[in-house]
Design a protein around this ligand. Structure first.
Ligand code: BDR
Ligand code: CA
Length: 303
């Protein structure tokens, strides 16, 4: 089993990624760390607890960053994830509570306790990881792997023509993480836009008659409607965050190339991730994915 810290900004596709990760026997999910992103951190932390309760799982949750490193905070994407961040499906407060240790301290402590063992899967803005590296640079050589859902290296962005949402939300954190020397694999829109969950699947989920399947179907339906608005005729939604989990569960789902990836920090192209010919190539960029094989694997594991 691979020991994993999953860093989330829960979020509908984050919820799908949490379910997939916790139902994957290859992974030992040590803890979930939360960040602002798809909502304020109080909401993304609450949502993470709500999702765990729906899944009947108990994993410690560590609250993290509430704002970007340097840029002014951007508006939360309620049109994509709902007012509550989970497709307006949160009916009650969770019973479980978050831990008192911060996400940043938890990451540092775990990595130092288990040198060269821990994989960090980050599927939100990279603010927690950037703070951890700044606070204790020693962890850079002690993390086994960092798999990030973020960026659009060879294709256009999804929040601006240039930038993907997680990187755009905190580009300075992304630049800090990319240039830190951490062993980064980038699971960007280059591959996640090829892993589409078809909307026909929701009827199958509902047919199970289980509360958890209904919860996920309602939430995912909201996300799919948002997708249809931006990509008329797409017939589903992209599995961004679940693919980052999939890459750790079974790396053969994707093909990678190593590049020096630069992050644009200001102006119209802020948040853009560019593969540069010059400089040391050190970021593993996912460029191809076996989408059907991944989708089947994800669906077999979800509930
Ligand atoms: C990423 O942005 C967030 O809204 C999603 O949860 C995902 O992590 C996709 O660009
Ligand atoms: Ca996310």
């Amino acid at each position: 089993m691979k020991p994993v810290i999953l860093d989330v900004d829960t979020g509908i596709d984050d919820a799908l990624a949490i379910a997939y990760a916790l139902n994957s026997p290859e992974l030992e999910i040590l803890g979930l760390t939360t960040c602002f992103g798809n909502g304020p951190v109080e909401k993304t932390t609450r949502n993470t607890l709500v999702v765990l309760e729906q899944l009947g799982k108990s994993v410690p949750v560590y609250p993290g960053a509430d704002k970007p490193l340097s840029r002014p905070p951007k508006k939360f994407p309620t049109h994509i994830h709902g007012e509550d961040g989970l497709g307006n499906r949160v009916a009650k407060s969770p019973v479980m509570e978050a831990e008192s240790e911060s996400a940043v301290d938890y990451i540092i402590n775990q990595v130092k306790q288990r040198p060269n063992e821990i994989t960090i899967i980050a599927v939100g803005p990279l603010t927690n990881l950037a703070h951890a590296v700044k606070k204790d640079p020693e962890i850079v050589s002690l993390v086994k792997e960092v798999v990030i859902m973020g960026g659009a290296v060879f294709i256009k962005g999804n929040v601006t023509p240039y930038s993907e949402a997680n990187i755009f939300t905190d580009p300075h954190a992304a630049e800090c993480v990319f240039s830190s020397g951490l062993p980064v694999t980038l699971v960007g829109l280059d591959v996640t836009m090829k892993t589409l969950l078809p909307n026909t699947i929701l009827a199958d989920w509902r047919a199970t008659g289980r509360e958890v399947s209904d919860f996920f179907a309602d939430m995912t339906s909201f996300y799919m409607h948002a997708y249809e608005t931006f990509h008329p005729g797409i017939g589903g939604c992209a599995l961004h965050d679940p693919l980052a989990v999939g890459v750790v569960v079974d790396p053969s789902f994707i093909k990678k190339e190593t590049w020096n990836v630069k992050v644009f920090l200001e102006g119209e192209e802020m948040g853009r991730t560019v593969a540069q010919a010059e400089g040391e190539p050190k970021i593993q960029v996912c460029t191809r994915v076996e989408a059907d094989r991944f989708l089947n694997h994800f669906l077999n594991r979800l509930f």
